[in-house]
Design a protein around this ligand. Structure first.
Ligand SMILES: Cc1cc2nc3c(=O)[nH]c(=O)nc-3n(C[C@H](O)[C@H](O)[C@H](O)COP(=O)(O)O)c2cc1C
Length: 216
């Protein structure tokens, strides 16, 4: 383990893939997000839609986890899960949240901050109905974030709901649905040589986006 600790402490790659300049970025950060996302897809970044979601509890304790970005339009970033989960409870008490993406193949990070709202039941239904049947059953079987005694308990609940919905469409559980984060801050980070990275941020002021370069 000592060798491994040493190995980890000495890992350092220089980033040389690209650069980011105020002159080249889009004036609208949502378009810059779309541009970078398209490039990440073109580079076949695995799990490109996986993003870190950070929420804060009623007692001001932060917590982060990965969720999938499922829809994005006009500064709105939509993800889905269980409304009674830890993140669901956090968001109920404090709608301020942060997202981040890391795409190592492009040496890029994107940070997005904003305010989260539940999406409409109709939109949650639409997405739920598009999911594979096993995922739909899973949404009923898993009381996400609750303690369970054994894996068996989860599998038995899954069997129970498979029987309950046998030969009929699986309806969306009322405690399962989507949230949408409306961005008021973006930051685009491009790794550069010798840790002199490029960072361009956009803050929403009144109705316009204020662009700044940040020290790395
Ligand atoms: C690649 C990946 C994608 C995930 N996507 C989702 C997702 O879209 N929605 C979700 O609720 N959990 C997703 N999870 C699981 C979450 O990271 C987390 O375990 C779960 O949401 C419970 O978090 P919470 O207890 O903080 O609410 C994903 C995990 C990984 C590793």
């Amino acid at each position: 383990m000592d060798e491994f600790q040493k190995h980890i402490s000495q890992l350092r790659d220089d980033f040389t893939f690209s650069t980011l300049s105020e002159k080249d970025v889009e004036a609208n950060p949502f378009f810059q997000f779309e541009k970078w996302l398209l490039e990440a897809v073109a580079y076949k970044v695995p799990e490109v839609q996986a993003m870190q979601l950070c929420t804060v509890s009623e007692r001001n304790s932060p917590s982060s986890r990965i969720v999938y970005l499922r829809e994005f339009k006009n500064h709105q970033f939509t993800f889905y899960g269980n409304y009674l989960s830890k993140k669901g409870i956090h968001l109920e008490h404090n709608p301020n949240a942060a997202l981040s993406f890391f795409w190592p193949q492009l040496e890029r990070q994107i940070r997005i901050e904003g305010v989260v709202k539940k999406i409409s039941a109709e939109l949650s239904d639409q997405y739920f109905n598009s999911r594979p049947r096993e995922s739909q059953i899973g949404a009923w079987a898993s009381n996400q974030s609750e303690t369970i005694l054994t894996r068996n308990e989860l599998e038995e609940k899954n069997i129970h709901f498979e029987k309950q919905f046998k030969n009929i469409p699986v309806t969306r559980p009322p405690h399962w649905g989507g949230w949408s984060l409306e961005a008021n801050y973006y930051e685009f980070w491009q790794g550069r040589k010798s840790r002199l990275h490029d960072r361009i941020s956009y803050s929403l002021t009144e109705n316009s986006w204020q662009l700044n370069r940040l020290a790395p």
